[in-house]
Design a protein around this ligand. Structure first.
Ligand code: ZN
Length: 244
């Protein structure tokens, strides 16, 4: 966000020097340290800018849904954008324009993580994301998507901090903690949550609305002391003590 402010100031200075009219608001000069969208996006649009948007609204697919991160702005993306807009009190038309992008800039750090989560939190195994079941770059990209899902979940639960106990594991780290051989932690998209102020069952129940195809919690073997949320193909939710 800092570099966005710098960009706004620079733009204002440039405008003054060239006798241009200064932009009316920061939304117009939508520069951001992580990623800047340069056009309004609605149904039918496609491209990398759509995919970047999809990553950031991946936590709004509706209950049991998983938003495809395919760069194609279809009905699912429109619905996710609409839910995001509703969550933040924006005009909810399912079209991502200046207001929606401004909110996303406000919510993201310069490394593209949502403001309330960090790469470090999601990797207490190693420093370079290597040694898992996917490339280091893919593991880190997967973790980023999980963080945006968690940001949506956090906001839906009153913006109280969510306790993250860990995320990515290399094969060595996974073996050391006795993780399952096919654990999603090896792919970077699994996150283990502490009880926090919300409690395990509230977290597990809420996770169903934010794009987590895998939810394991109290009552499922080995998950009485944390809630595990992750991506996977197909849905597997089990937290019997929470009625899931
Ligand atoms: Zn886990």
């Amino acid at each position: 966000m800092k570099s966005r402010l710098v960009a706004v100031l620079l733009a204002l200075l440039a405008g003054a020097a060239l006798s241009f009219t200064a932009p009316a608001s920061a939304d117009v000069v939508a520069a951001d340290g992580c990623y800047t969208w340069n056009r309004t996006l609605g149904e039918g649009a496609s491209g990398e800018d759509v995919r970047q948007l999809q990553i950031r609204v991946a936590g709004y697919p509706g209950e049991g849904g998983v938003l495809a991160l395919d760069g194609q702005f279809g009905p699912g993306t429109k619905a996710a954008v609409t839910r995001f807009q509703q969550a933040y009190g924006l005009g909810a038309d399912g079209v991502a324009g200046a207001q929606t992008f401004a909110k996303l800039y406000e919510l993201q750090d310069d490394d593209c993580t949502p403001v309330n989560f960090s790469y470090g939190e999601l990797n207490n195994c190693n420093s370079d994301w290597s040694g898992g079941n996917v490339s280091a770059a893919q593991a880190k990209a997967n973790a980023l998507v999980s963080m945006w899902k968690l940001q949506a979940m956090r906001h839906a639960m009153g913006d109280r901090p969510i306790v993250v106990n860990g995320g990515f594991r290399s094969v060595a780290c996974n073996n050391a903690v006795g993780g399952a051989p096919a654990s999603r932690h090896l792919y970077g998209d699994a996150v283990d949550l502490g009880a926090g102020s919300q409690g395990f069952c509230a977290l597990a129940r809420q996770a169903r609305h934010h794009g987590f195809a895998e939810i394991l919690g109290p009552g499922y073997e080995g998950h009485d002391d944390h809630v595990h949320v992750a991506h996977r193909s197909g849905q597997f939710w089990s937290a019997p003590s929470c009625g899931i």
